[in-house]
Structures are given as structure tokens and as C-alpha cells.
Write a protein that binds this ligand. Structure first.
Ligand code: CA
Length: 521
């Protein structure tokens, strides 16, 4: 069956490949951008995580019919900044959105939706926005308030407050389907469907409660990792499953805003399980294990909802005859820790947080079932969509178009390293600001503020779990020297050599006087 589907996909590709450029010039492709929040590769079956946490048939369909990017990395692993980077194709220090605490997106700057709109695209944004200022560059928008909530979310539609009913992933899917049906069929479109799920506090659709039949999940090898030999910046965090889960995170408390009927269904699932948990009086590792399994039920249940949304959107493209001329992108604003290092959340340069899923179906361009392992990034999306629409690359764009990679051609000068920088401190999660350089094998990272000055060298070939630093190992002295030079080169290239403004860190308590020179020696 699988083979048959693959052959069908190949046929679609071959059939559409001929004359694509001519066709695209006459009729620019539509773009359906399905953007999740905190969706990580470990939760998508086509990425092949060895824990086999979840089957995601709809996202797998996209991977089978398109291209899977295996190393799509973010430039600042946190929600708002990633969104600003997607829109602008620029790093945080260029688009001005550094953190979720006090940054506000300057909507007057150039974004790819604005450029597409000016080119005649009909543009719509539905779902999580999280950039504080109101959206610009969209003919139609309906966004969640702030982070959004999981049930019956209040929203804003084109500047007006509206109240919705239902599970948020479903609500956003319905709104997207409604917009697809009523759009102007004579114009190409950009539809950005941006889910809240599976963001904290990971509340699934009520129909998915109990979906896993109380499965005990395989644990990551680092669930109980001892961080004693790591720098203070890594040890001194507030994002451990053991230390930092709230009652709402583990559903010992009920989220607000449920209707009486929804609450009854919620309690039918969680009620007896919570009673059993309280009676067991767990502590130590058993408590962490219980939390990990509750976390997996909830987080993966949210991903099931997103997967169903992907399927409904793909079906709608089929039904409306749009599949052949629509680029479908399924991705997330960053990855997420599913117990690795004992953590949840993101922020770090470490792989689970740094890497984000990226599946692109583009009939006639991306060969079905292909896989790309080059270093690509969310910063590349703007240039990709502009090229797809036949538009030039703006001179100040910091990403590169992925179009040649989608075609299976890697430019000889494609990047072999990427610059990363995270700012927000101390709240939430107490992850210290850091920046670094990433290559296919190594990461060199500098935790530089406000009260630390520590370096780590990670070697993913020797230590794929990233559990130790080789920075002080004499055998790595040349590697450290080379990577420090590369980091300095990248900082020059992206224009990030000066210390960041105090506001970048998002806290009044952040004292830049304590910040060592950001420029590595
Ligand atoms: Ca996020």
C-alpha cells in the first residue's frame, strides 16, 4: 500500500514537472503555511524518533508527497522571536523582536506577506500571532489573544474582539477552511494557519483524552541526567520536569473557560487518574516518571489534533482542485524537549530545542519522499516564498531561498554553519542568554550574561545526546580555535558584533554592566 502511494506521488511529480516554470510564471503558486507552536520532530512519525511516541499520518503524508528537511534550525528558540524571523527573514537584532517579555513587533517593517500582497496575493493569517502589535500585510486576520488558550478562545478579527467556541486547534482549522472557501478564486493566496498547539499547557481535544490507553512511554536516555559537570548556566535552570511543573501542566488543576459540558468530559478522564496519583503519594524518580507520562499523553494528544488539522486542510485543497498549484509548508516556531536532559520547554541551543520540523509539499518542484540534511532555518522562509512568487530577494534579507534545495539541488556555497542567539532572562525558566555557532557536527556556545562567562563545545558525532562539553579537552583545541573564528565571522556577517540593548533581555532586573564583552576573543 505504502509503495503504491509512493508511486502515485512520483507520478504526480513527474506529470506536473514538465512546463512548471511556464505555468508558475503565468499563475504563481498558492502558499498554505501550517505553523505549529512548540511542535518537535520527536513527535512526528516520519522523523523516525526511536521512542515511536506517536503516529502522525497526515504529516507523514506531507513527507511522502514532498520533501522532509532533517536539520531546519531556528535562530532564537522562542515563540515571538521565531515568528518575527519568519515574517522578516532577519535575525532578532535586525527585526527588533528579541523576547516574549517586552518586545513589540514593528509592523511598519517589510515582511514577506506584505510583498506578496503587493504582488496581488490574497493574504490571510489565522491563529497564534503573539507579536503584540496588530498584524500588517494581511487582507484578513483573526488571531488568538496573546498566547491563546486551548478551549473557547477569545480572538481578534481584523481589529474587532470575537468569541469562539470549541477546541482551539479545531476552531482555527474551521476558520482556515472557511477562508479558503470564500477567498477570491482569481487571485493566488497566502494562508498562514498558526496553531497554539502543542504549546504549554498541552491540553488535548476532549475527544483525544485517553487516546493512548494509559501507555507507559519509553523514556529518553537523559531523563535523569546529572548536570553536575556542566557549566552553571546549564545546571541553574528552571525547566525541569522534576522541579518546574505546575499543577496546570500536569492537569491537577482544571484550565479556565471550560463549559459545564466540557468540564464534565475533562473530569471523566483526569478525575479518577488524579485521585489514584494523590493516593500513591509518589516521590523522587517515580514522581518524575508519572509527570513524564502525563506530559506525553497531553503533549502528544495536542499533536494528534494538529495532525488532524493538517489532514483536513490537505483534503480541502484536494476538494477545491488546488493541490497541484499550492505549496504546503508544515513547520513549527522551534522544537521542544520531551524529557531530554530531564526538561520540557525550549530556548537552548541544544538539538531538541534548536531543530524544528519542516515538511514542504510542492508538486512539480519537490520530489516526493525526498530528504534534505543541509542546515536550513526559519530565517530562509521569507526568501523561499518570495522566489516561489517570482519576486526578487530584498538586499537586506538574512536568509536564503530554499527553492534550489526543494528541487534537490544544493548550491555549492550553501551554508555550513549557522549563528544562534537567545536573550530572554531570567523569566520564565531561567535560561541564561547565550549565542553560538552550529555546524553539522559541532556547537560552540558562549553563555555570556548576566552573571556567567562560560563556554561549551558540543560534539554530536561523539555525544549525540549533548551531555558533555569538550571545550577544555586538549584534543579539541584546534576545533575550538576554528569555531571561535567562525563564530566571529558569522557575527560580523549578520551584523551582531555590538552588545545587545538592555531591553533585548526582557527584564528590568537585567544589569548590562555585568555583561562581559559580547565579542569573543
Ligand atoms: Ca513556540
Amino acid at each position: 500500500m505504502l509503495r503504491l502511494l509512493c508511486l502515485c506521488g512520483l507520478g504526480l511529480w513527474l506529470g506536473l514537472g514538465a512546463g512548471l516554470d511556464r505555468e508558475a510564471a503565468a499563475r504563481p503558486p498558492n502558499i498554505l503555511f501550517i505553523f505549529s507552536d512548540d511542535l518537535t520532530c520527536q513527535a512526528i512519525s516520519s522523523y523516525g524518533d526511536e521512542r515511536r511516541l506517536l503516529q502522525t499520518p497526515q504529516m507523514d503524508r506531507l513527507a511522502r508527497e514532498g520533501i522532509r528537511f532533517d536539520r531546519c534550525l531556528v535562530t532564537n528558540s522562542i515563540c515571538g522571536p521565531s515568528r518575527a524571523t519568519v515574517l522578516t527573514g532577519k535575525y532578532s537584532h535586525r527585526n527588533g523582536f528579541y523576547n516574549n517579555s517586552n518586545s513589540r513587533f514593528d509592523g511598519s517593517q517589510t515582511t514577506f506577506p506584505k510583498l506578496l500582497q503587493a504582488q496581488g496575493y490574497q493574504t490571510a493569517l489565522i491563529g497564534k500571532w503573539h507579536l503584540v502589535s496588530e498584524p500588517t500585510g494581511f487582507d484578513h486576520w483573526q488571531i488568538l489573544n496573546g498566547q491563546g488558550i486551548y478551549y473557547n478562545p477569545p480572538m481578534r478579527r481584523n481589529g474587532q474582539a470575537v468569541q469562539t467556541q470549541g477546541y482551539t486547534t479545531d476552531v482555527l482549522t474551521e476558520l482556515s477552511l472557511d477562508w479558503l472557501r470564500q477567498r477570491d478564486p482569481d487571485k493566488p493566496f497566502l494562508l498562514m494557519c498558526q496553531h497554539k498547539a502543542p504549546h504549554r499547557e498541552w491540553s488535548p481535544a476532549l475527544r483525544h483524552l485517553g487516546w493512548d490507553q494509559d501507555r507507559q512511554y519509553p523514556e529518553p536516555p537523559t531523563l535523569f541526567e546529572d548536570l553536575a559537570n556542566r557549566p552553571r548556566a546549564v545546571r541553574d535552570h528552571d525547566m525541569g520536569i522534576a522541579t518546574s511543573f505546575s499543577d496546570l501542566d500536569v492537569k491537577l488543576r482544571t484550565p479556565g473557560n471550560l463549559t459545564a459540558e466540557q468540564l464534565a468530559e475533562w473530569n471523566r478522564y483526569y478525575g479518577p487518574r488524579n485521585e489514584a496519583y494523590r493516593a500513591a503519594n509518589l516521590a523522587g524518580r517515580e514522581l518524575v516518571r508519572w509527570r513524564y507520562n502525563r506530559y506525553m499523553h497531553d503533549y502528544l494528544g495536542c499533536v494528534k489534533g494538529v495532525d488532524e488539522s493538517v489532514g483536513r486542510l490537505l483534503d480541502a485543497l484536494d476538494e477545491q482542485g488546488l493541490a497541484e498549484n499550492t505549496i504546503v509548508v508544515c513547520t513549527s516556531d522551534q522544537g521542544f524537549f520531551l524529557g531530554e536532559h530531564g526538561w520540557y520547554d525550549k530556548r537552548w541551543i541544544f538539538e531538541e530545542s534548536l531543530r524544528t520540523p519542516l515538511l514542504i509539499r510542492w508538486p512539480g518542484v519537490a520530489r516526493p519522499g525526498s530528504v534534505n540534511s543541509q542546515i536550513v532555518s526559519l530565517i530562509d522562509f521569507a526568501g523561499t516564498f518570495l522566489e516561489a512568487a517570482g519576486l526578487p530577494q530584498p538586499a537586506d534579507l538574512q536568509g536564503r531561498s530554499l527553492v534550489p534545495l526543494c528541487r534537490g539541488e544544493t548550491p555549492t556555497d550553501w551554508r555550513t554553519s549557522l549563528y544562534y542567539r537567545y536573550y530572554e532572562f531570567p523569566q520564565p525558566h531561567h535560561v541564561r542568554p547565550h549565542y553560538g555557532v552550529i555546524t553539522d557536527r559541532y556547537k560552540l556556545v558562549h553563555y555570556h550574561a548576566p552573571d556567567v562567562d562560560e563556554w561549551e563545545l558540543l560534539d554530536r558525532q561523539i555525544d549525540p545526546q549533548e551531555t558533555r562539553s569538550f571545550y577544555s579537552d586538549p584534543a579539541y583545541a584546534d576545533t575550538v580555535r576554528e569555531l571561535r573564528a567562525e563564530l566571529a565571522r558569522l557575527r560580523r556577517e549578520v551584523g551582531d558584533e555590538a552588545p545587545a540593548p538592555r531591553a533585548a533581555y526582557g527584564s528590568e532586573r537585567f544589569d548590562t554592566e555585568k555583561e562581559p564583552p559580547a565579542q569573543p576573543q
